[in-house]
Design a binder for this molecule. Structure first.
Ligand SMILES: Cc1cc2nc3c(=O)[nH]c(=O)nc-3n(C[C@H](O)[C@H](O)[C@H](O)COP(=O)(O)OP(=O)(O)OC[C@H]3O[C@@H](n4cnc5c(N)ncnc54)[C@H](O)[C@@H]3O)c2cc1C
Length: 279
């Protein structure tokens, strides 16, 4: 679902970034679109995605003691990075096997599950600086992570084009990594909708001790609520699913309904986790 951008471009290798400067007008970076709600109609920006050689992940030799390093371009899927971690006996990214999307999207969103997030694993980031037309390597504390956010130079508003990341994992027996991944996958299967079109959790969880967003939505009786083709999942109330030809506008209206009900019933103002690309 969603509208049409000015243009769609894929960058296939590191040398391809020079050509981005030739494209007219602003653009946004697309990972795999698993955390996006894109408006209907014409979109006033282009969309750029990493492809080809920029979807690779590889082990980095030389980690001392229990340190296991792994490097990847941002276009690779997070699941592929988690599988590489399994292959080389790097623990800490087991949760990544459960999260759809690219490494770039995971970094931008500080994706996490089962009490862990990707942020603490990141040693360095390579970003593309469009003004200079060059890459820049960032090391801590030039970047930091918050709840579903990445800040560069102290600002989470600046949204750099993430090209590559170096992750530091901890040596762990691959059999144990596999067991943890299997447990996470089973838990997810039991608690979240699968085989449906969704954009993951729509709202961020409010700070403790307020119950999670899904619980508040459930208590407000919103499971199964439907507007057009958009429905609040019956399996997990914080997942809104496309049950057939939903428009973005169906989703926006359902989001407004859910927010209004939760505010009225629980006095909690929910903020969006899913990112909206407005036309
Ligand atoms: C079924 C389902 C389950 C989910 N479960 C979880 C979960 O457990 N935990 C969780 O945290 N999230 C979850 N999500 C949300 C989503 O998977 C994550 O946010 C994911 O990290 C987004 O990655 P993406 O590549 O799809 O990013 P997109 O949705 O394409 O983009 C998200 C943001 O990242 C930016 N971005 C993407 N790539 C780059 C790049 N290379 N450089 C700069 N910016 C970039 C985009 O511009 C956008 O701002 C779930 C989603 C679904 C559909």
């Amino acid at each position: 679902m969603g509208g049409t951008p000015d243009y769609f471009a894929e960058v296939f290798h590191e040398d391809g970034f020079g050509e981005l400067a030739l494209l007219n007008g602003p653009y946004r970076v697309l990972g795999r679109g698993s955390n996006l709600l894109v408006d209907d109609g014409k979109l006033p920006f282009g969309v750029v995605r990493l492809a080809g050689a920029l979807t690779k992940v590889w082990p980095v030799v030389g980690g001392e003691g229990d340190a296991v390093f792994l490097e990847a371009f941002s276009g690779v899927s997070l699941r592929a990075v988690a599988r590489m971690a399994l292959d080389i006996g790097g623990g800490g990214l087991e949760f990544g096997i459960t999260i759809p999307g690219s490494l770039g999207g995971a970094l931008r969103m500080n994706a996490g599950a089962h009490g862990q997030e990707i942020g603490p694993l990141v040693e360095s980031l390579a970003v593309f600086d469009p003004k200079k037309g060059a890459f820049r390597e960032l090391r801590k504390p030039e970047f930091s992570f918050g709840y579903r956010s990445l800040s560069v130079g102290g600002s989470s508003d600046e949204s750099p084009f993430l090209i590559k990341a170096l992750l530091l994992l901890t040596r762990r027996d691959p059999r144990d990594i596999r067991t943890t991944m299997d447990a996470f996958l089973s838990r997810r299967k039991a608690t979240q909708p699968s085989g449906v079109f969704s954009c993951g959790c729509v709202f961020k969880n409010p700070p403790l001790p307020i119950p999670p967003a899904g619980r508040l939505l459930d208590l407000s009786g919103l499971k199964g609520a439907c507007i057009g083709g958009a429905m609040v999942s019956k399996a997990h109330a914080n997942f809104f699913v496309n049950v057939g030809n939903a428009s973005a506008s169906d989703f926006f209206r359902l989001i407004n309904l859910a927010r209004t009900r939760v505010l009225k019933d629980h006095g909690v103002e929910l903020s969006l986790e899913v990112e909206v690309w407005k036309g």
